[in-house]
Ligand binder design. Structure first.
Ligand code: AGP
Length: 592
């Protein structure tokens, strides 16, 4: 997902913009650029393909770009190849701009602009929207805010825009619809960014601009406007993160740091989650909707809530839910799970549920995010900022939030369960103590071409997450499979040396899954067992055993997932890959 930064104040802008972009690299990108203006001179634009270091070198760390007002961008290509031409900022006669999102009707708008004398040099939707602003600004001889508002009425899709107008030196204009954008303020400077880490070094005072609002920022002021051009006032929020939270703290990668932050993330979520304002009295069914790892926590929660509360629980992929005409019956609580709170599919699913007049509970890690603000109820997982693209601590925090939701909905006596949950942070720490075996195992499997993760029930939910972690950061083809389903076709893929990881934490299905694993072994598989407790005789079956401590079986996913996170991490490191910023991926997928 693209990253946007902006600065106007009394310091040189370029070094601040480059620093901000470096804090947004985790979002995934393939090119970068800056536009900086000195006084009322025209903005100077520098763009480079590839990593941010190329832009830093091209501008000599920003020294070559003089001026105290500027915007910057890291681009994750959606329209057009990741080339310098397509990199942002994009320019027109009077306006220079950067954009995060997708303009759905950009082709139609490009034709309209061509009919009005505009020429295009790139393949991007961004160049179109920058020139559309320019068109309205010049044609109607209106101010920047009015030109932006006309553009917002005309353009369809999602955008966070930062724009510089040649007639307005020292000022930056912004607009937002769906894509995240925040405005930061200090005594003598104003900032804008796609996410908090980009400006946390400079300010904790931020404004969360709303959908279809525009903003004007100068060194001394920030103003917000609605679609009618009326000024509106937004509350300033104080960011409570500490700056180190967005740094690696001596770990080689953010992912390893965040894996080790899981005991604290779980502890804080257990301690600070309250359900007082969530009406669960008449909940007859649950529809859990999410994407990726968040969806995996929903799969785990389904087993637990059905078992404890005895109500039907559907778990839907948000990208499917939003297009199905599925009956949403009264009494259904829709639960949208999202670390970023900005995932386009999950946000669309939330809106579909609200159109059906169903209550929505958001389980979200980022405060002030779209899902957090649009849900009827919100549980904030207390994982802190998660920088690595591959989620770990937010996943674990989501799990415990869902355990507590299950206890609330089922109205069982919570005490014995909470007693078990309170032990989880220490048990997770215990799993994290000994990583040598996993480092060895990672070296053993790092050249595999196929890895299967299999399990039943909650062990299948864990298999889903273990498989996603492995494939998204090690690029090894991997599949999670319900152990009982293998014999219905997929086992034909198992051959000599195929790695099969069997998750065996659930006593009631242990023997069944073990026999499925033996079926794989008899076809040549290299068998890894991930289990709790002793399990006599298992060493005769498995080639390698990963053991985790025991706890309440319903909560075992919180322990079993840890070795699988570490196994994926070390495998990626062995393969020399970019663990925190895997190819093709973004931390938050704010486009469809
Ligand atoms: C998880 O490691 C992936 N990065 C991805 O599947 C992620 O869980 C998914 O995109 C959902 O993101 P969200 O939780 O921010 O909505």
């Amino acid at each position: 997902m693209c990253g946007i930064v902006g600065y106007t104040g009394n310091q040189q802008a370029a070094p601040i913009l480059l620093d901000g972009l470096s804090k947004l690299e985790y979002r995934g990108y393939d090119s970068a650029g800056l536009a900086v203006r000195n006084g009322d001179s025209a903005p100077v634009v520098v763009k480079t393909a590839g990593k941010l270091v190329n832009l830093i070198q091209a501008t000599d760390g920003g020294k070559k770009l003089l001026g105290t007002c500027g915007i910057g961008h890291t681009r994750w290509a959606t329209h057009g190849d990741p080339t310098v031409t397509n990199a942002h900022p994009h320019v027109s006669d009077e306006v220079v701009g950067v954009h995060n999102g997708i303009i759905e009707n950009y082709s139609e708008l490009r034709e309209k602009l061509k009919d009005n004398g505009y020429a295009f040099y790139s393949q991007t939707d961004t160049e179109v929207i920058v020139k559309l602003v320019d068109y309205y600004y010049r044609k109607y001889k209106i101010g920047p805010i009015d030109a932006i508002n006309r553009t917002m009425v005309r353009a369809r899709g999602s955008y966070a825009l930062a724009l510089i107008f040649s007639d307005y030196p020292g000022e930056i204009y912004a607009a937002r619809k769906e894509s995240p954008l925040i405005i930061g303020k200090t005594e003598d400077a104003s900032f804008l960014a796609s996410d908090v880490p980009a400006i946390l070094k400079y300010t904790r005072s931020v404004y969360y601009i709303e959908n279809l609002q525009a903003a004007r920022i100068t060194p001394s002021t920030v103003q917000f406007f609605n679609l009618n051009g009326d000024e509106v006032f937004l509350p300033v929020k104080e960011i409570e993160w500490d700056a180190s939270a967005a740094e690696k703290d001596g770990y080689e990668h953010f992912m390893l740091k965040e894996i080790h932050e899981q005991p604290l993330a779980v502890k804080n979520t257990l301690k600070n989650t309250d359900f007082d304002n969530i009406d669960l009295t008449n909940v007859k069914a649950l529809d859990i909707v999410a994407c990726g790892s968040a969806w995996h926590t929903g799969v785990a929660a389904q087993y637990i809530i059905e078992k404890l509360a005895g109500i039907p629980v559907r778990v839907e992929l948000a990208s499917e839910f939003r297009y199905r005409s599925l009956p949403l019956s009264k009494g259904t609580l829709v639960v949208v799970i999202s670390q970023s709170g900005e995932t386009a599919d999950s946000l669309a699913a939330l809106r579909k549920a609200k159109e059906a007049h169903l209550p929505v509970l958001g389980i979200v890690n980022v405060i002030g995010s779209s899902i957090a603000r649009e849900a009827d109820y919100v549980i904030h997982t207390q994982a802190g900022p998660e920088i690595s693209v591959a989620t770990t601590k937010a996943y674990s925090a989501q799990l415990v939030a869902l355990y507590m939701l299950a206890l609330k909905i089922s109205r069982v006596n919570e005490e014995p369960y909470m007693h078990q949950l309170d032990k989880l942070p220490a048990l997770i720490s215990k799993v994290l103590e000994d990583k040598k075996d996993l480092q060895y195992l990672a070296s053993r499997i790092s050249n595999s071409s196929d890895i299967f993760f299999i399990g039943r029930g909650l062990d299948y939910a864990v298999s889903l997450e273990g498989s996603l972690k492995m494939k998204e950061i090690s690029y090894i083809r991997s599949e999670a499979y319900p152990a009982g389903e293998l014999k219905h076709g997929t086992i034909s893929l198992v051959e000599d040396g195929t790695v099969v990881i069997g998750v065996l934490t659930q006593d009631d299905v242990y023997e069944k899954t073990l026999s499925n694993m033996i079926e794989c072994k008899s076809r040549g598989a290299y068998l890894i067992a991930l289990t709790s407790g002793q399990r006599p005789g298992l060493e005769k079956v498995a080639d390698f055993i990963i053991r985790v401590p025991e706890t309440e079986s319903m909560f075992m996913a919180s322990l079993a997932v840890i070795p699988l996170q570490l196994l994926a991490y070390y495998t990626s490191v062995y393969r020399g890959l970019d663990v925190d910023k895997p190819r093709n991926l973004a931390k938050s997928v704010t486009v469809e």
